[in-house]
Design a protein around this ligand. Structure first.
Ligand code: MG
Length: 367
């Protein structure tokens, strides 16, 4: 089988809630997503998606994904997409870094391999564990009362895990965490995710002020060194996200005892191939994961579901159903949240079929 054509689509994904806000005044109202379609001489086609969380969350942005795909397309044209490991190597040799750019192409190759094998990607990744995957709901940064009140609606949707967007004014953040924890039941999980937004002294104040609460602290400061210092000063369970952008970064954090859990995002580490490798290592080392991506629509959500559902249940801290946050559906067959959980699609590959009317015409075609 050979790759004969790569079509690239740009899709706007506006948010149902209007705006998603996090640390340091950052927000997004409409996500810029990139969908790739890889065509082959065997008539099998595969789809992948990459959707950065705006241009200022990670070193990634929408037009950058499409520029990078233009750079990579000639290198994988004519190659066998079912040789996913070889495609990964070719992309890493052709373009140093820029991990997120490779994610949609890698995802589309897994979709093709699954379709060719007649198996869902979750099966290629080791098979599903349990009935469904628990989801968390991110709570956009607002005033403390609003954030605590929103818990009630999200709970009606079945969520039992909540990720509070903090990393703002430390005094307001202390109130955000205390008000939200008060609104929760004992069995419900609360993560305070600062998304690198605090300086050391601010993080130290907030973490100390909530030391009597059942709350996880996620990525308080920008650098790994700052986070490690804070981690060593607190008994709160500790999660790193932005700093865990590679297998090497994870191994360093594990070796330093810097994490109780990690946030594994597919495009942050360069695609499903690398995410699956990191996932398997984390399971071997006994580290639980939030398995998700930066953002995305139906295709990313399906990929998350395959990776998460094929992870042993104990190691699934949570996952995200991004397709429920946005107004546009780009594919049929994508996971739908039921009672705060989702399942990996059962069909071969990613188990989804694109909605052509949502993708529109390709913005670039390489053949
Ligand atoms: Mg995070």
């Amino acid at each position: 089988m050979k790759i004969t054509k790569i079509s690239v689509y740009q899709v706007d994904l506006p948010l149902k809630e209007g705006r998603y806000s996090w640390a340091d005044g950052k927000f997004v109202e409409c996500f810029d997503s990139t969908v790739v379609e890889i065509s082959t001489d065997a008539g099998v086609t595969g789809f992948g998606e990459v959707c950065p969380l705006g241009p200022f969350y990670l070193p990634a942005y929408g037009p950058g994904a499409r520029t990078g795909i233009a750079e990579l397309a000639p290198h994988i044209m004519g190659e066998d997409p079912t040789a996913v490991g070889r495609i990964e190597l070719i992309m890493d040799r052709a373009l140093l870094g820029h991990s997120y750019v490779k994610s949609a192409l890698d995802m589309a190759c897994w979709d093709i391999l699954g379709k060719q094998a007649g198996l869902p990607v979750s099966q290629l990744f080791g098979g599903c564990h349990g009935e469904a995957v628990d989801l968390y709901r991110a709570i956009s940064q607002e005033d403390p009362e609003t954030m605590a009140r929103k818990i009630l609606g999200y709970r009606d949707e079945g969520y039992r895990k909540f990720q509070l967007k903090v990393g703002g004014n430390p005094d307001a953040d202390i109130e955000r965490i205390r008000a939200t924890r008060k609104a929760l039941d004992g069995g419900e999980v609360l993560v305070a995710d600062a998304n690198t937004g605090w300086l050391m002294h601010e993080a130290a104040r907030v973490i100390d002020a909530v030391s009597d609460l059942d709350v996880y602290i996620e990525q308080p400061c920008k650098s790994y060194e700052e986070c490690l210092t804070l981690r060593r000063r607190t008994a709160r369970p500790f999660i790193l996200d932005e700093n865990i952008d590679s297998l090497q970064a994870f191994l360093r954090a594990f070796g330093d005892g810097a994490v109780d859990a990690i946030n594994l995002k597919i495009s942050k580490v360069g695609g499903l191939s690398k995410a699956r490798r990191l996932r398997d290592l984390a399971v071997s080392l006994g580290v639980a994961m939030t398995i998700e991506d930066s953002w995305g629509g139906d295709i990313v959500t399906a990929a998350i579901a395959h990776l998460a559902h094929s992870t042993p249940a104990r190691f699934r801290f949570s996952s995200t159903d991004f397709n429920s946050y946005v107004k546009v559906s780009t594919a049929e067959g994508a996971p739908q949240r039921v009672d705060g959980k989702m399942k990996a699609p059962q069909g071969p590959g990613l188990g989804i079929a694109p909605r052509r009317e949502s993708l529109g015409d390709p913005v670039a075609v390489y053949d």
